[in-house]
Design a protein. Structure first.
Length: 148
């Protein structure tokens, strides 16, 4: 039994977000599988396409994934020749950037995602949903920081 009714609402929201995460992953797996990409690889390439070259740490922080998980993703993307690593001047880290073949594949992936999802949604609804998700992600990050 939940002592505080507010706890039930909070648990419900977190559960709903978790379910949404699973459903988005399932949808993206179906859409991206013919292109040879996983949803996580698509997330990395999407970040690099929109934000430009980033370090390993910056990618992990933005996507909220662990260093070891990201290392596996980057290795996979590098083997597929979709990204490349270029050392920065100090030699202590590298910038991860998209290759030309990576950019081409990402455009194909974006078109597939758009065809199966984005084009079926109301543009106003998408903007409002994005705004709310940005707010929610920020709140979740704050909550995680408070727990640490």
């Amino acid at each position: 039994m939940v002592d505080d009714p507010g706890d039930e609402v909070a648990i419900g929201i977190l559960f709903d977000v978790l379910v949404a995460h699973e459903r988005v992953g399932a949808l993206l797996r179906v859409i991206l599988q013919p292109l040879g990409l996983t949803p996580s690889e698509y997330a990395v390439t999407s970040l690099l396409i929109t934000a430009g070259p980033r370090t390993h740490g910056a990618i992990g922080q933005r996507l909220g994934i662990t260093r070891s998980t990201l290392s596996g993703l980057l290795t996979s993307l590098e083997r597929k020749e979709l990204i490349e690593r270029r050392p920065v001047e100090d030699g202590r880290s590298a910038l991860i950037m998209m290759t030309m073949s990576g950019r081409r594949l990402h455009r194909r992936a974006e078109r597939a995602v758009s065809r199966h999802w984005t084009e079926r949604q109301d543009p106003k609804s998408i903007k409002e949903t994005q705004r709310r998700l940005t707010w929610l992600i920020s709140r979740l990050e704050q909550a995680a920081d408070d727990v640490r």
